[in-house]
Design a binder for this molecule. Structure first.
Ligand SMILES: Cc1cc2nc3c(=O)[nH]c(=O)nc-3n(C[C@H](O)[C@H](O)[C@H](O)COP(=O)(O)OP(=O)(O)OC[C@H]3O[C@@H](n4cnc5c(N)ncnc54)[C@H](O)[C@@H]3O)c2cc1C
Length: 497
């Protein structure tokens, strides 16, 4: 057992656990995680997974009664961020297990299912994966084809899934299938638990990816896999109802990872501009570099504040679901922007793999796509802003944009807000305004609790940026109409030719 180990079973439930685990991870990561070599190899060494298990990382979010640490998301988020700052592939592997991979079991598992799987999952002896996406069903999960058909007392599962994180490491897969003909929810979908080694279940080769190269991603095939009834997870035929709280945890941990990546990119940039000399002085002495750095730092601060705000609402399911979507969208876009600008500030040196910047950029790119493409999430946020504004808010975190947003929403509602549900581009714009308002509110609250000049400067800087972006989004309505007409004409032509 590693000397850094934090015994999950004996961990006291207070913030010192988070500090202890974070300290242990930093020390472990320095010695054992070689992100560049894992990236080149395209996989994480099996011994590393064992050691991460010994550290207690795979049990952080699992109940103490099953050998986990029972930490809240606000405690786990900084740990995932810490891991991501060292290696995003490691953070994705662990984060997927802690969130999407196991949350369904924690929320909806029967006592027997929990007893059977959770202790091994907490130790990292069993790694979890979560699989909903199919080749023809990504953003639109209502189009899934994988099906579980009753066969005597069993369920026979046939179909395929793609892009499954942890696929070639995992022993347990939470899988979404159509379950026509089961007692409740005649045309519904259900979650089922598949185990590696189930007859008829195969795992394909690793995908070759732009980034997250050491994180496992592969397709799954099911050829009449026979499952006993105790492999159905949660209410039969009603997976749509239980998916959201599971996805919310995944999005939360993804957003936390983005904080870690952006933090690392900014730290590298700070060190680089402080020493790189051009035109007779360091880059950090150039006014444009200073303002660029100030903007990046204030965006990072807002990202951190929104992630913290979302995590603090874990117990309030509806609010948490919406806030974690907002945090995911904002964190993924902001982290990408920070990594891209960080690379720019490194100049040609930043373009070289050795600088580490290309890997940060490659690894962070997917966060705008997976766990719900941002465009789709923004539309859901826009719809919620119109229909459920109270749920899409963080009480005590109202910033300068919240008032403008609520005035805008009030006027939208009086003009027949429900009619907008059929106008995705409008919903997307409202979703974006909501995200900006939430981020600025979260940062305003955070900075008002601090007495430092830096905190107040960063809050002012971000609020100014957010106000400018807010205006741009409102003004983009006309551009959208013209661009939509141009795109429709061009794409229709492409389809016909
Ligand atoms: C590295 C990686 C790991 C993944 N891991 C998992 C996993 O562990 N489990 C799992 O189940 N899935 C996983 N996924 C799948 C991921 O969640 C999907 O890729 C994602 O939901 C988008 O679906 P899609 O790729 O089919 O894109 P599509 O649905 O085809 O969409 C393509 C693009 O079209 C646009 N778009 C689509 N619909 C709309 C709309 N209504 N309005 C506006 N724009 C729209 C968006 O820009 C979107 O990015 C992973 C994907 C990747 C790349």
């Amino acid at each position: 057992m590693s000397t850094d180990a934090v015994s999950p079973a004996s961990a006291p439930k207070d913030h010192s656990v988070e500090r202890e685990v974070r300290a242990a991870i930093v020390s472990f990561a320095r010695r054992r995680i070689d992100a560049k070599s894992f990236d080149r190899e395209g996989r994480l060494p099996r011994e590393l997974i064992t050691e991460l298990g010994e550290l207690g990382l795979f049990g952080l979010t699992l109940p103490e009664s099953f050998g986990g640490s029972g930490l809240m998301l606000r405690e786990v988020a900084p740990i995932v961020a810490e891991m991501a700052s060292v290696d995003r592939s490691v953070a994705t592997t662990v984060g997927l297990h802690l969130g999407l991979g196991t949350r369904g079991l924690v929320l909806h598992g029967t006592p027997e299912q929990k007893e059977r799987y959770l202790p091994r999952l907490a130790r990292g002896d069993l790694i979890a994966a979560f699989s909903v996406t199919e080749p023809t069903a990504g953003s639109d999960l209502s189009a899934i084809r994988a099906e579980g058909t009753p066969r005597g007392s069993h369920l026979s599962v046939t179909g395929s899934k793609c892009f499954v994180t942890n696929a070639r490491l995992a022993g347990l897969f939470t899988v979404l299938v159509k379950t026509r003909g089961l007692s409740e929810g005649q045309n519904g979908t259900s979650l089922v638990l598949l185990e590696k080694g189930d007859r008829g279940f195969s795992i394909d080769q690793e995908e070759r990816k732009l980034g997250l190269r050491a994180s496992s991603t592969a397709s799954l095939s099911f050829d009449e896999v026979l499952l006993t009834a105790d492999r159905i997870l949660g209410p039969t035929g009603q997976a749509a109802r239980v998916l959201d709280p599971i996805l919310a945890v995944g999005r939360m941990l993804l957003a936390a990872g983005c904080v870690g990546t952006a933090h690392r990119a900014l730290a590298e940039t700070r060190a680089h501009v402080a020493t790189r000399r051009q035109f007779g002085r360091t880059l950090s002495q150039l006014p444009v570099v200073r303002s660029t750095y100030g903007r990046l730092a204030s965006r990072l601060e807002a990202m951190q504040a929104l992630v913290d705000t979302a995590a603090a609402h874990e117990a309030d399911l509806e609010r948490f679901s919406l806030l974690s979507m907002a945090a995911k969208v904002f964190a993924s876009e902001t982290a990408f922007h920070i990594c891209d600008t960080a690379l720019q500030l490194h100049g040609g040196w930043g373009y070289m793999e050795d600088s580490g910047l290309p890997m940060l950029l490659r690894d962070v790119r997917v966060t705008r796509i997976f766990e719900g493409a941002n465009e789709v999430l923004l539309q859901r946020l826009g719809a919620a802003a119109i229909l459920k504004p109270a749920a899409l808010s963080a009480p005590d975190s109202e910033g300068p944009l919240a008032e403008r947003l609520s005035a805008l929403l009030a006027s939208i509602r009086t003009q027949g807000g429900v009619a907008l549900m059929g106008q995705p581009e409008v919903l997307q714009r409202i979703g974006r305004l909501s995200v900006l308002a939430l981020a600025s509110g979260a940062l305003t609250r955070r900075s008002s609790a601090s007495t430092t000049t830096e905190a107040s400067l960063m809050s002012r800087c971000f609020n100014q940026l957010a106000a400018t972006e807010f205006d741009q989004v409102i003004q983009s309505e006309e551009d959208d109409a013209v661009a939509g007409a141009a795109g429709a004409s061009l794409l229709e032509g492409a389809r016909d030719s």
